[in-house]
Design a protein around this ligand. Structure first.
Ligand SMILES: [Zn+2]
Length: 399
């Protein structure tokens, strides 16, 4: 199948339109003259394209054109309320929905809980119900739905191939798309964070970086030259399953010694249970309920044995990330996720482990950037992914 469109007039028009929209979106308010200078398009071409895009309400015009110093140009501003985007994050037990404008600013948010045993059909019904509700309540058009989900995602075919966290196999989101009649864009959740970071301008600082999310699992979004790198089947970034221990703990993926098996909540819980059995920690012994929060409280109340578990998590993460750094030579590692709730114990150990790597003698230092990974950030990333797709140069649009 020929996915490249031939260089016909329509393609050139679409390319130029995408260029102009991009200029106004990124640099607006901007004059027609500056668009022509920035894009090297002819003045008459810019005028023609802008007129047609104004008709389609992509832009609004601002400024009277008159000033004390003579005629000031009328400026074009991107109309971020031309349409809206729905972003969805699917988690182990809940679905979070966000409504966003075309500048990836959140307008509304809601979430639904579901039971892990609920069928995929039931969860799809829940999602299409909420999507239809929002669509019915708004006079504006919904331009796209961005979905961030854990697991191996086939982006092109809108399928989750395999998601151990959700226990889903071969789940096809084109059914949801047919039902709500709005284009659906599916993405792995760690990649959604990479989209959010690119949108917020991390790409201007670093061309190549890795966003590592630490929570129920450990995942990564890989950015190469400001684009998300997905690998051959869309699975690039599964750093939770690089091996850090020969003949180590069995991981749910079937391998032994995976990074995730030495850093996840499950690892912390297993270590804490072991400590409790040994009755070495008076603070832990008093705890009636073991949750990730109560375990952190035990560390904060001065339990050095629990603090030490977090330190080991930091070391283990550092060892895993060091392999990534040596292999990939990124400009930065961006770290976030609820797994870093104990960051005051985890981070010093992680940073110490990462001080030495193959490139550490180079004058350009690896940056380690800690971000607050709130649920809004995942949603924003899913929305940013859709907006980026909507306005990118249409080279790969189907004939
Ligand atoms: Zn594994």
């Amino acid at each position: 199948m020929d996915r490249f469109r031939r260089g016909n007039k329509q393609l050139i028009k679409d390319l130029n339109e995408a260029l102009v929209i991009d200029q106004v979106r990124r640099f607006g308010p901007i004059s027609r003259k500056d668009i022509a200078i920035n894009t090297s398009l002819g003045a008459s071409t810019v005028t023609y394209i802008v007129d047609s895009l104004l008709k389609e309400k992509y832009f609004t015009e601002i400024g009277s054109g008159i000033s004390d110093y003579g005629r000031k140009p009328v400026l074009l501003q991107f109309n971020q309320r031309r349409s809206y985007i729905i972003a969805i994050k699917i988690e182990e037990k809940q679905i979070i929905y966000g409504k966003f404008d075309l500048n990836a600013r959140m307008l509304d948010k809601i979430s639904h809980n579901f039971h892990p045993k609920d069928s995929v059909e039931a969860i799809f019904r829940l999602m299409s119900g909420q999507i239809s509700k929002w669509i019915a309540a708004d006079t504006l058009l919904c331009s796209g739905i961005g979905i961030a989900a854990p697991g191996l995602v086939d982006q092109a075919n809108k399928k989750i191939i395999h998601s151990p966290i959700l226990e889903w196999e071969e789940v096809d989101f084109s059914k949801l798309e047919e039902e709500v009649q709005v284009p659906v864009y599916l993405e792995n959740d760690a990649n959604a964070i990479a989209h959010a970071e690119l949108w917020d301008g991390r790409g201007e600082q670093f061309q190549n970086f890795i966003c590592v999310t630490i929570g129920a699992g450990v995942g990564a979004g890989i950015v190469v030259k400001n684009e998300i790198y997905r690998g051959e089947v869309g699975g690039a970034g599964e750093i939770g399953h690089i091996i850090i221990q020969r003949d180590g703990f069995l991981c749910y993926c079937g391998q032994r010694g995976c990074l995730e098996a030495y850093t996840s909540d499950r690892f912390i819980m297993a270590e804490v249970l072991h400590l409790k059995e040994l009755k070495l920690s008076p603070i832990l012994n008093q705890l009636e309920q073991l949750t990730m929060d109560s375990i952190l409280q035990a560390a904060d109340s001065g339990d050095e044995l629990v603090q030490d578990i977090y330190r080991r998590v930091g070391e283990n993460l550092g060892i895993g990330l060091k392999s990534i750094v040596n292999f990939f030579n990124p400009g930065a590692i961006v770290l976030g996720g609820e797994g870093l709730r104990a960051k005051k114990y985890i981070m010093p150990a992680l940073q110490k482990e990462l001080e030495d790597h193959f490139f550490s003698r180079h004058s350009k230092k690896l940056e380690i950037i800690l971000i607050d990974l709130e649920e809004n950030q995942w949603l924003m990333g899913a929305a940013a992914m859709v907006i980026t797709q909507l306005f990118k140069e249409p080279l790969y649009r189907e004939v």
